[in-house]
Design a protein around this ligand. Sequence first.
Ligand SMILES: Nc1nc2c(ncn2[C@@H]2O[C@H](COP(=O)(O)OP(=O)(O)OP(=O)(O)O)[C@@H](O)[C@H]2O)c(=O)[nH]1
Ligand SMILES: [Mg+2]
Ligand SMILES: [Zn+2]
Length: 425
Amino acid sequence: MRRRLLAKIQCPHCWTFFQSEDICWVANHPDLRGDSILTVDSPKRFVPSRFAVSGEALDAFDAPCRHLACPHCHLILPSVLLEHKSRIMSIAGTPGSGKTYFLTSASWQLRQILDRGFGLAISDADPESNQALVKNEQLMFLPENPNQLVVLEKTQLEGTQYSTVQIEPGQTITLPQPFMFTIRPTARHVNARGAELLTEVLCMYDNAGEHFLPGSDSLTSPTTQHLSHSKNIFFLFDPSQDVRFRSRLLGLSSDPQIGQVRRAFRQDNVLLEMAARIRRHAGMSADEKLRQPLTIVVTKSDIWKKLLKGFDIETEPYQLEERLSGSILGRINKDYVELVSRQIENLLVETVPEFVSAVNDISAQALYIPVSATGGATQLDPSTGLLKIRAADVKPCWATVPFLYEFSRWGKLVGSIRQEGTSFV
Ligand SMILES: Nc1nc2c(ncn2[C@@H]2O[C@H](COP(=O)(O)OP(=O)(O)OP(=O)(O)O)[C@@H](O)[C@H]2O)c(=O)[nH]1
Ligand SMILES: [Mg+2]
Ligand SMILES: [Zn+2]
């Protein structure tokens, strides 16, 4: 089958749109080094005029090339971006709110359930750029010794998870490395026939929480600019960072985060700062609501779930439907997720009213989803001061729900359970 190429592509590194014919290739010959935008050791990028019979571009020394790059920032792009549309989903939240743990648990769980439960294949669009995430998944879910205490590193403010480029001579800018996944219907999916059109590339970023704090957005470090390009924002709200929640939780959880290890950030301010950045970059007025849906992921539900009496937030709210034809459709129980969302909103109105009012100020369509990335309390390692959890005790709850709910909005990938019956909306 002939490959259909998209006319316009968005770079997941610098978020510039460009025409597919302008894409660069990365020279393969060892003597073609020294790229104008990257470093003196980086292979040169070029727009090819000659190709091998196999379709690979030939560089100036006739070496066939493998990698593609963005014509604007010169960073490497997976070839799947040429064929399938990509979607940016942003994850935001204060330092320590649980972004890295959430992303790790969600991506691992998605790999476990999407194929069997939803007839969807998820794969790394670019194994190289997903490396940090894969390493964290390994630490948490595939430890050599299940009794081992595990800890995921705090996300650094700069370093290996970022790329530095000099698009304007003399001005170095730092861009966060995207994690990219391809999501496509398998042969068993009810819409397997439309697989080519339904396949999408999901791009996400794991920023350090400090990047979202007021004052940290700059021209040279546009690390959070994915926000204004994103199709959905997951803002992580961590109840254990609020003194009022901590006092309600005393005696209800053994987690050190409501006792010895306290973090305190004004999460309403960080949310409003995020909205201000999005409006500024998108040229929106100060009172305009965000155009993309906002999901408030209320993290660490293992710590605060006892405050939500009468609601089951441990059983995963989805089910598989097998048709007589042998095809399958995974369905998310949207009625239940939305019911839980209203209960959590009430809980937050009671305890942190200014946060809910900030949410309503910026979004007309917010959804609150409880998530526990660990499924249980952490423990303090006195020798290092780090919070750890025994690998065998990690049992995430609802970590995939924000994603599945979002996938159900994408088109005919994930079905919904509604009182009035099954549907795709
Ligand atoms: N009890 C509990 N603790 C969690 C959970 N998720 C994360 N934590 C703890 O919260 C702390 C911060 O989690 P991270 O995922 O590193 O937070 P982050 O938002 O990535 O933080 P930065 O990288 O600093 O921005 C860690 O010490 C975790 O042990 C959870 O689901 N339950
Ligand atoms: Mg982190
Ligand atoms: Zn780029």
